[in-house]
Write a protein that binds this ligand. Structure first.
Ligand SMILES: CSC[C@H]1O[C@H](OP(=O)(O)O)[C@H](O)[C@@H]1O
Length: 347
């Protein structure tokens, strides 16, 4: 890695004019490399392998993915039906983050207006997300500063919700960046987030580049670290939020929420409205991605479990609204645990 990147401004997803340029998150933090995508099969594979990942980043990817499909259709002489089928494959490449489908659906109606219309709308999706993250950071820091009296603050987070998971700045990590900028932050406890280690590989990389003090902990250490009083607030992201406030996020999130409830500290979710799905009534209706069990049984090709063992690898879990102290959005803060949910009267 040559130049030191400005990680807070890093763009996991950019459009080159004729290709999607993705940071390859599977090789971070060892190497900062990019993948230029001009083919739908390559894009679907990149989404499934988490080359690009994180709900808002997937939303931008889905939007520009329509442009990738349009250019390939032109090159390869696809008819409209073949183009729509390719767009559907992008839309369904991963099931849980509602943003992926949302990004595709945002630009799909513009296919008939041509590539420029599609890429212009996709650009708005990207810029709106950056603006949303900045606003979320401020709303979240304001809420936490009002609700938590200890200074400075010790914050626990799970998975990666920074520039790498969004169009820039981050959701939960955007709140953490804002707390740091205000001089309110003592320490960030970053769950390693097995099995793909988004916390130890990606969040730690972002925090280190920002000069934010942090410690990486085993996922299994989160609950006792919270119960021992070493954490003042937990802030995490989301992949899909149901109408009643139930929230799907990276596997291990609900354990953090349960520990926070028992310890009497706030459990905060930071997510843009593009992650809220009014069409999903409750957490029971959120599709949970079941990934290849082998991800749990090995790391970088080195088997860690016995040959005969099977893996069980749900990628997300659902935290019930009753455990969520604050849902921080770009327009302000809801309090699901107090009944203030995205769709009042929702299921
Ligand atoms: C800012 S949303 C990030 C969200 O997405 C992650 O999932 P994955 O790494 O599998 O894409 C995780 O749930 C994060 O909280």
């Amino acid at each position: 890695m040559d130049e030191e990147p400005n990680v807070a401004e890093l763009q996991a997803v950019t459009w080159t004019g004729d290709a999607l340029r993705l940071i390859d998150q599977t090789v971070l933090p060892a190497r900062l490399e990019h993948l230029e995508v001009r083919d739908v099969d390559v894009l679907v594979d990149a989404i499934r392998r988490l080359v690009v990942r994180g709900a808002p980043a997937l939303g931008v990817t889905g939007a520009y993915g329509v442009a990738v499909a349009m250019l390939q259709a032109e090159r390869e002489g696809w008819d409209r039906a073949a183009l729509e089928a390719a767009v559907d494959r992008i839309r369904t490449a991963r099931p849980t983050a509602v943003n992926l489908a949302g990004g595709v659906d945002r630009v799909r109606p513009l296919i008939g207006d041509g590539l420029a219309a599609v890429t212009a709308e996709a650009g708005r999706v990207l810029r709106e997300d950056v603006a949303a993250n900045r606003a979320m950071g401020a709303h979240g820091a304001d809420w936490i500063a009002r609700r938590v009296s200890r200074r400075p603050l010790r914050v626990l987070t799970h998975c990666n919700t920074g520039s790498l998971a969004t169009a820039g700045w981050g959701t939960a990590l955007g709140v953490i960046r804002e707390l740091h900028a205000r001089g309110l932050l003592e320490m960030v406890y970053a769950d390693e987030t097995r099995p793909l280690l988004q916390g130890s590989r990606l969040t730690a990389w972002e925090l280190a580049h920002d000069g934010i003090p942090h410690r990486v902990l085993a996922d299994g250490a989160a609950a006792s670290t919270i119960l021992r009083g070493l954490v003042d607030v937990a802030v995490i992201g989301a992949d899909r939020i149901a109408a009643n406030g139930d929230t799907a996020n990276k596997i291990g999130s609900v354990g953090v929420a349960l520990a926070c409830a028992d310890a009497g500290i706030p459990f905060v979710v930071a997510a843009p409205w593009s992650t809220i799905d009014p069409g999903t009534a409750t957490g029971e209706d959120i599709p949970i991605e079941l990934r290849d069990g082998r991800e749990v049984l090995a790391w970088e090709g080195a088997r860690t479990a016995p040959a005969g063992s099977e893996g069980f690898n749900p990628a997300f879990d659902v935290t019930p609204a009753r455990l969520i102290s604050a849902l921080v959005t770009e327009t302000g803060v809801l309090e699901p645990a107090r009944g203030r949910v995205p769709v009042p009267g929702g299921a």
